[in-house]
Design a binder for this molecule. Structure first.
Ligand code: HXC
Length: 257
C-alpha cells in the first residue's frame, strides 16, 4: 500500500491496520487519520474481509490528536474547515472493528479506540482524556461515548482531571471487554476478528447496526428496530442455511446472501 503513517495487511479474513508513526507516539495527524479512513473503507468494501483490527505498537496505541498540528488553529479556521470532522467516518464502517490497545490510548487515541466496536487491551495499557491539561476538551466523542459507556461520575473524573486509568480499571467499567498479557493482545484480537469473519456478513452487519442503535434510540424504538431487522433476516439464504444446518447437525456454509 502507499500509506506513510499506517501499515495494512490481511490475516485470513481480517484486515489489520497498524498505526505507524512511532516517533510521534502515533499522534493522529490529519494525514494519518485520512489514511486510516481510506484503509477502513477499502477493507469494508472488500468481500474477502469480514472484520477489521486497529492497533498501535506495544508502547503506545496513540497519544492522541497531533498537538503540533493544532498549534496555529483558530476557531474560525477550524470551524469553516470542520477540523477533525473526518474522524466521524469510522462510524460508517459496517464490518466489526476491533481495537487492540497496548500502552497509551490518550485523548484522540482513547476516542479512536472507543469508536471501535470492541476494545481488547494489554495489561499495561493506559486510557485517558488529558485534553484539559492542554486547555482543551475531547473533540471526537470522548465526552459522549465515555459517559454512555462508563457513566457520569467516571466520565467526569476522566475528562475533568485528565488522569490516566489502567486497563484493569477500564475493564471493570466495561470500557474494555478483555485484558491480556501485552504480547497476546494483537493475536487475540485477530482471532476474535476471524471468529466474527466466520459468520454471515449481512447478519453480522445487522447485529452491529442493531447494537449501535441502542446509543441513538429509546428502548421502545430500539427494540422495534431490532425486531424489524430480526424479522427481515428470515429472507436471507444464510438464515435458512443456519437453521437447516442446526437440524442436520452440521456446520453451516454461509454464502453471505
Ligand atoms: C504530537 C506528540 C504527541 C501528540 C507525543 N508526541 N504525543 N506529538 N501530538 N499528541 C511526541 C512528543 O512531542 C515527542 O516528540 C515524542 O512524541 C515522544 O513523546 P514524549 O513526550 O517524549 O514521550 P514520553 O515522555 O514517554 O511521554 C509519553 C506521553 C506524552 C505521556 C504519552 O507524550 C504525552 O503526554 N503526550 C500527549 C498526550 C496528550 O495530551 N494527548 C491528547 C492530545 S489532544 P519529540 O519531537 O519531542 O521527540 C487530543 C484532542 C482530541 O487528542 C480531540 C479530538 C480528536
Amino acid at each position: 500500500s502507499n500509506y506513510e503513517n499506517i501499515l495494512t495487511e490481511s490475516h485470513d479474513k481480517v484486515g489489520l491496520i497498524t498505526l505507524n508513526r512511532p516517533k510521534a507516539l502515533n499522534a493522529l495527524s490529519s494525514d494519518l487519520f485520512h489514511e486510516v479512513n481510506d484503509a477502513l473503507k477499502k477493507f469494508d468494501d472488500d468481500s474477502s474481509i469480514g472484520a477489521i483490527v486497529i492497533t498501535g505498537n506495544e508502547r503506545v496505541f496513540s497519544a492522541g490528536a497531533d498537538i503540533k498540528e493544532m498549534a496555529d488553529k483558530t476557531f474560525s479556521k477550524s470551524y469553516v474547515t470542520n477540523f477533525l470532522g473526518h474522524w466521524g467516518e469510522i462510524n460508517n464502517i459496517k464490518k466489526p472493528v476491533i481495537a487492540a490497545v497496548n500502552g497509551f490510548a490518550l485523548g484522540g487515541g482513547c476516542e479512536l479506540a472507543m469508536s471501535c466496536d470492541i476494545i481488547y487491551a494489554g495489561e499495561t495499557a493506559k486510557f485517558g482524556q488529558p485534553e484539559i491539561k492542554l486547555g482543551l476538551i475531547p473533540g471526537a466523542g470522548g465526552t459522549q461515548r465515555l459517559t454512555r459507556v462508563v457513566g457520569k461520575s467516571k466520565a467526569m473524573e476522566m475528562v475533568l482531571s485528565g488522569r490516566t486509568f489502567t486497563a484493569l480499571e477500564a475493564e471493570q467499567w466495561g470500557l474494555v471487554s478483555k485484558v491480556f498479557p501485552v504480547g497476546e493482545v494483537l493475536e487475540k484480537s485477530i482471532e476474535l476478528g476471524q471468529e466474527l469473519a466466520g459468520f454471515s456478513q449481512p447478519v453480522i452487519q445487522a447485529a452491529k447496526e442493531s447494537v449501535n442503535a441502542a446509543y441513538e434510540l429509546s428502548l421502545r424504538e430500539g427494540c422495534r428496530f431490532e425486531r424489524r431487522i430480526f424479522q427481515a433476516l428470515f429472507s436471507l439464504n444464510d438464515s435458512k442455511e443456519g437453521r437447516i444446518a442446526f437440524e442436520q447437525k452440521r456446520e453451516p456454509k454461509w454464502t453471505h446472501d
